[in-house]
Ligand binder design. Structure first.
Ligand code: NAG
Length: 337
């Protein structure tokens, strides 16, 4: 195949893929059955084997991606995607991801997000081609570039883990990391996911509180996972690997043995989502015990919600057996206004 060159072609084909992805969503839902059939029946992989894949011209692929046949469309999409994650095209994609130019970066983020999250591509080698050092390095650069953009208040959510200044586009980049991180944790660590990025990330509980409270971040992440499920999932993935734990601890984002023991206590498999589980939280006995397994409040008043939140935080911050004191409660400046 003639290698794709120039980002014009890349964005053309990814743009078209995106268009069909969006258009495809409605039909996707109706065609869940068809999709499962495709999974059982590997025919199309035989028809479009490696040789034929390389021989197909881009225009042909684009025509195929307009086909009314779901199978053909999906196959064309997969080939376009595989092509865009190798060779020169991949280099352009990664360079744009690292770029400080927001237009280029935004396009690269959209393209990569599409590539790693589209179900139709799950059987391709797209993710396996994106689990090397250059990819993780580009992604860490991209995430670090977002750090300087935490300037404007963009959200009203008061949370110990979710900054109110999250810039537009950052979430998508974090989602990409969340998809790619499990592929190769040591490599991502080498690229600086913790040492370059997380250690500088403006988590409210880290920036607002006493520096010695930095190490509570991990516990707060577990308790308040719903405030920022993607970020929590990244922490969950990192702590599934000994090197991840080592680095978080080295950079002071994960603390004492108490947290560690709790990790082992609730070792119930590889669930991606952390449930709030008061049983494992330090200092649950006594007054605050009754708040332990309360569902996220919906019916109660805002005041009650705020109170509960603070108490739950206090529970987490309280260290084994020591009575809770004022210092254990994170006071957020605006909340009590
Ligand atoms: C950013 O990249 C776009 C597209 O490549 C280009 O048109 C634009 O001039 C660049 N902006 C800056 C500030 O360099």
């Amino acid at each position: 195949m003639a290698p794709l060159s120039g980002d014009g072609v890349l964005w053309l084909c990814l743009g078209i893929s995106l268009f069909f992805a969006v258009r495809g969503i409605a039909t996707d839902i109706r065609q869940v059955v068809d999709l499962t059939e495709i999974k059982r029946d590997e025919r199309e992989d035989k028809i479009i084997s490696e040789g034929t894949e390389e021989a197909l011209k881009l225009d042909t692929l684009l025509k195929l991606s307009e086909s009314t046949s779901h199978d053909l469309r999906a196959a064309a999409l997969r080939i376009i995607s595989e092509r865009s994650t190798k060779g020169e095209t991949r280099d352009i994609l990664l360079a744009d991801l690292s770029s400080k130019n927001k237009t280029r970066r935004g396009k690269a983020i959209n393209a990569l997000h599409f590539l790693v999250s589209n179900r139709a591509l799950s059987r391709t080698s797209v993710c396996t081609r994106l689990r090397d050092l250059p990819t993780y390095t580009a992604l860490v650069n991209c995430l670090c570039n977002f750090l300087d953009e935490h300037v404007e208040i963009t959200s009203n959510t008061l949370s110990p883990i979710l900054p109110r200044t999250r810039p537009l586009g950052e979430k998508k980049a974090i989602q990409i990391l969340n998809s790619l991180l499990p592929e190769n944790i040591p490599c991502a660590l080498e690229a600086g996911v913790v040492s370059q990025w997380l250690t500088r990330y403006p988590f409210p509980c880290v920036t607002n509180a006493d520096p010695s409270r930095r190490r509570d971040l991990f516990m707060l992440m577990k308790t308040w996972w719903a405030d920022d499920a993607v970020m929590s999932s990244i922490f969950s993935t990192l702590t599934s690997h000994p090197d991840g734990i080592r680095q978080l601890r080295k950079h002071g984002l994960m603390g004492s043995m108490i947290e560690e023991e709790n990790d082992q206590d609730d070792d119930d498999g590889d669930s991606d989502v952390w449930m709030v589980d008061g049983e494992d939280t330090a200092g649950t006995s006594g007054t605050f015990g009754s708040f332990r397994s309360a569902p996220r409040p919906q019916e109660s008043s805002l005041e009650e919600q705020a109170l509960r939140r603070r108490r739950r935080e206090a529970m987490v911050l309280s260290e084994g057996g020591r009575p809770l004191g004022r210092d254990d409660i994170i006071q957020r400046p605006i909340q009590e206004g």
